[in-house]
Design a protein around this ligand. Structure first.
Ligand SMILES: N[C@@H](CCC(=O)N[C@@H](CS)C(=O)NCC(=O)O)C(=O)O
Length: 241
């Protein structure tokens, strides 16, 4: 992926205008939401540059690019700013040519969004695990509830009887969910896939996807970052590549 490999921190100067014919993505290397944007950029072959932002020590100007101070955000050569991963991904799919990732059919599109809602009933629990781990609390009850919700989601996926969660080929719903699955190891829930056979099959299929292969982070790198994050020691985190 083109662009700088250093993460910008508080005090780093703001980058200049985005060159014509390109688009800039403000990302953080380990962020699952930023990976959603990266997956769409790569899957559609969109020419872009990347600016990594240290989200634990961000430059003040970043709030002008992304008002909530969150990655991902994108900036066009016209100075247009788009933030929130789902909105960023929809924008990229709508504006750029290449493989359409969102179904043209409104019902199929609605179905994809409903699948994401179902998945979020499980995935939101993962963020509770992070909170509990930060406070050195026991996570077993949350993990149990997560498994129950994931099994329910597995059954929904099974009924659809399509190789990908979104349909017969890889699509937006798959890319929106993938980054969370990639991080099952850091949440300590990777064994849940043994109990969700349809999701497990999908996971194996997604590992072969070129955009997934281009954006995947090695589990040991993710784990290293997560450990430091839990210690609340942002200065010691090397966000660069
Ligand atoms: N709802 C947002 C969530 C994005 C998000 O939480 N990004 C995190 C990094 S994984 C972030 O930028 N955190 C910075 C902060 O909390 O100040 C989206 O989907 O884009």
């Amino acid at each position: 992926m083109a662009g700088s490999t250093k993460s910008l921190v508080k005090g780093s100067p703001a980058p200049g205008p985005v060159p014509d014919g390109s688009i800039r993505a403000y990302l953080m290397r380990f962020c699952p939401f930023a990976q959603r944007a990266k997956l769409v950029l790569v899957a559609k072959g969109i020419k872009h540059e990347v600016v990594f932002v240290n989200t634990l020590n961000k430059p003040d100007w970043f709030f002008e690019k992304s008002p909530f101070g969150l990655v991902p955000a994108i900036e066009t050569s016209k100075g247009q700013l788009i933030y929130e991963s789902a909105i960023v991904c929809d924008y990229l799919d709508e504006v750029f040519p290449g493989k359409k990732l969102t179904p043209e059919d409104p019902f199929q599109n609605a179905q994809q969004k409903m699948l994401l809602e179902h998945f979020s009933k499980a995935s939101s629990l993962l963020f509770k695990i992070v909170g509990a781990k930060k406070n050195n609390e026991d996570t077993s009850a949350i993990k149990k509830e997560f498994l129950e919700k994931l099994i329910q989601f597995d059954q929904i996926v099974a009924k659809r009887n399509t190789p990908y969660i979104g349909g017969s080929s890889v699509s937006m719903a798959d890319y929106m969910m993938w980054p969370i699955f990639e991080r099952f190891g850091i949440f300590g829930v990777e064994d849940c896939l043994d109990k969700t056979p349809h999701l497990h099959q999908w996971y194996q299929l997604m590992l072969k996807d070129p955009a997934v292969q281009a954006t995947i982070t090695k589990p040991e790198v993710l784990e290293g970052f997560f450990k430091l994050y839990l210690q609340g020691n942002p200065e010691s985190v090397d966000y660069g590549i």
